[in-house]
Design a protein around this ligand. Sequence first.
Ligand code: COA
Length: 385
Amino acid sequence: MSENTEIRKGLNGVVADVSAISKVNSETNSLLYRGYPVPELAATQSFEAVAYLLWNGELPTADQLSEAVAHERSHRALDEQVRTALDALPADCHPMDSLRTAVSVLGAVDPTAQDSSPEAEREKARRLFAQLPAVIAYEQRRRRAGGATEPVAPREDLDYAQNFLWMTFGEEAAPEVVDAFRVSMVLYAEHSFNASTFTARVITSTLSDLHSAVAGAIGALKGPLHGGANEAVMHTFDEIGIRPEESEQEAKERARAWMEDALAQKKKVMGFGHRVYKHGDSRVPTMKEALDALIAHAGRSEILGLYNGLEQAMDEAKGIKPNLDYPAGPIYHLMGFDTEMFTPLFVAARITGWTAHIMEQRADNALIRPLSQYDGPEERAVPST
Ligand code: COA
């Protein structure tokens, strides 16, 4: 390696492989899943259909969709071994740790654990997609109960989004809430070579198994510079103070003042900025529409004040735009999830994109193993004792 080898910190700008799953175009501010504009998918498709699209490359026919939906509905129950493992964890541990544990257990008990054929991988992906909502719903309930509790049994008459909310809260959610949840799942489903997806591909490139790749991806997603940002957004809202009695304008002014102060202290404000999108995240307008509908449904205009106040103050001071985690934070808050549950919800969505990438990586694999340029001490003798 020559002295002049260019090192791209964080692999910034490095194209690591080809992929047919999604196309991020930062210049035109657009995102396509398998060629389809994501806002159009969010407006017209169920999350089950989008999952099918990501795995198979095409939207399902009516028959294919009903088979996929029936499969998802028949694999929803909380696995007993997972439940036992979760109950052994502290009730207040981070639910991303619980989820990582649950995926490890599901990998260990998977009926085709040793089989990494394309057919077996596809089935593992479909099973995990169907199994994760019960894990996340149970974790939310276990946190609130302060320990082991009764899960809410899934209902086969409900779609993915309706059933997820049902298993979490034990009641049927309003249509506005269900729709915002569905939209959030579609928008979070896939985003090319982000850190967690790349992690999943690195693990797969060693010919390790799908569950190991997903467990590693969960670890990567937990970090606040990646998926953890949606939780951090809510901590910001909490720090500013959520006051339901306040008017939208009052909340907005307090949020603006908070942002000006944070930027004066050179703080990084979570939910803003993006490694790829430098002129705004293409997914934000669709997620913001879902947030607006939820705010109107809940009658919580002070949340809109906080949202707009922070966004405008950041734009005026630095021209930095919100990323998808910014509207996602208040959306999940208004639905009634604990803040710590937000990143697990991201996992429920991204399991589709991760597993699509795992299958794509395995289909044309090369071990991912970059080089480093050594800058430690030159060779020297071990001191004699
Ligand atoms: N708050 C305040 N300033 C920010 C910022 C933020 N959220 N995001 C970027 N900036 C500033 C940087 O401090 C830097 O300023 P400088 O030139 O004065 O040093 C400038 O904008 C360029 O940012 P940079 O950190 O080089 O961008 P990046 O591509 O390396 O980082 C992120 C992208 C996502 C890591 C970064 O924007 C960030 O940390 N955002 C908050 C975390 C977040 O929301 N993550 C979810 C991503 S989907």
